[in-house]
Design a protein around this ligand. Structure first.
Ligand SMILES: [Zn+2]
Ligand SMILES: [Zn+2]
Length: 392
């Protein structure tokens, strides 16, 4: 590693902030203790803050010594409704809530960078550190954009970072374009005619129709989407019937659709509609289908991805910056910020999954996940390097 701006003093402080945040996880838009804590650390270093955007969001503004460009750096703050199964001293003290996605670490890395930059503001321009609520399904990024984050705090570009378990500590991955997929919720209702289970000829069984639909939907990705393009259709909730001797009137299917390009997404939704209506009609049932958009795809601008890769290489060396990783079919609400501004979102290695770790123990959203404290100065130094490179 060549340029670690954040050294041991600040690293120790960052570990203490991270553990405090980990002990006090809060769900989307309820990050009150979290927001107060982050604000108090920022204010104790005389950093200008703006609060209340998207309920609990904080913008911390650091001015360089000279005028110049303005950029945004974003970290998410929220936790998940998961009961933590770890036993270390910084485990969650909030029943049923856990920082299982490492947003405690993301906030801490940005906090460390903010404090470093305030003390070393020999740059030209302005940095807005964006502490964003509600990444986990709440769309805090969308709310920030709707509330006018970029009108109130205009930025030439905005940058994001997420820890990535399974990638070694001291490594980064930077994608030129697509990083994370779009995510929509599928809702299908098949209506037949209920009746006695022993007299199916007098009924239209929505369960048999729904079963055909579930199977046929799986042919869309394999037969209608070009092999080198990507989509996923997963039916995840099947809801019908209530007793063994009654054919119900209705079957409800819920699922998840993932894709990168809007064209692929539109094509897949058209095919789903065709299958749902066609199969239902051919079997005498009726059906409705809707797809509810959650997050758009997270797509980097190549120019900004290059800027990120260069900064990361200055921190960990070029060989430790992966440029050809496949994107993830997971999704991320930083996409709303990237749809409103140019920029890029990168992954920082949270460490390899050790062979003897509990099943999935290192993976995101697992009950035994923990953010790796060793990468706090690496991620914090990346933010600092990024600012120093752009706002020279
Ligand atoms: Zn998550
Ligand atoms: Zn996350």
């Amino acid at each position: 590693m060549s340029t670690i701006a954040i050294k041991s003093d600040l690293h120790e402080l960052m570990v203490s902030w991270r553990h405090h945040l980990h002990k006090h996880p809060e769900l989307s838009f309820k990050e009150e203790i979290t927001s107060d804590y982050i604000a108090s650390v920022l204010q104790s270093h005389d950093i200008e803050i703006h609060r209340g955007l998207a309920v609990t969001g904080i913008i911390a503004t650091i001015h360089g010594k000279k005028e110049g460009q303005v950029i945004g750096l974003r970290a998410d703050m929220d936790a998940l409704p998961i009961q933590e199964k770890n036993n270390f001293s910084h485990k969650s003290t909030h029943e049923g809530k856990m920082h299982a996605c490492g947003h405690d670490g993301h906030s801490t890395m940005l906090l460390g960078a903010a404090i470093y930059l305030k003390e070393h503001n020999d740059f030209s321009g302005t940095v807005h550190c964006i502490f964003q609520p509600a990444e986990e399904g709440g769309g805090g990024g969308r709310v920030m954009v709707e509330e006018g984050i970029f009108e109130k705090f205009p930025c030439q570009a905005v940058y994001g970072m997420h820890n990535w378990p399974g990638m070694a500590e001291g490594q980064f991955a930077v994608h030129d374009t697509a990083v994370m997929a779009a995510n929509e919720t599928l809702k299908i209702t098949v209506t037949g005619k209920g009746g006695h289970a022993a007299m199916p000829e007098q009924c239209i069984d929505p369960i048999v129709v729904g079963a055909q639909i579930i199977t046929a939907l799986q042919s869309i990705v394999s037969r209608s989407v070009a092999p080198l393009k990507s989509a996923v259709i997963s039916i995840t909730i099947v809801d019908a019937g209530f007793v063994s001797n009654v054919i119900p009137n209705e079957m409800n299917l819920t699922g998840s659709l993932r894709y990168f390009s809007t064209e692929v997404g539109d094509e897949v939704k058209g095919k789903i509609k065709g299958i749902v209506e066609g199969i239902s009609q051919s079997m005498g049932a009726t059906a409705t289908f809707k797809s509810i958009p959650n997050y758009p795809a997270t797509i980097n601008t190549p120019k900004h991805a290059e800027i990120c890769a260069n900064a990361a290489a200055m921190v960990v060396g070029k060989d430790n910056v992966h440029r050809n990783e496949l994107p993830s079919m997971g999704s991320e609400d930083f996409s709303f910020l990237l749809n409103a501004s140019e920029g890029a979102y990168i992954w920082i290695g949270n460490g390899l999954v050790p062979e003897n770790s509990p099943e999935g123990g290192c993976m995101l959203h697992n009950t035994q996940y923990d953010f790796n404290d060793e990468i706090l100065p690496i991620g914090g130094s990346y933010w600092v390097q990024l600012v120093q490179n752009i706002l020279k």
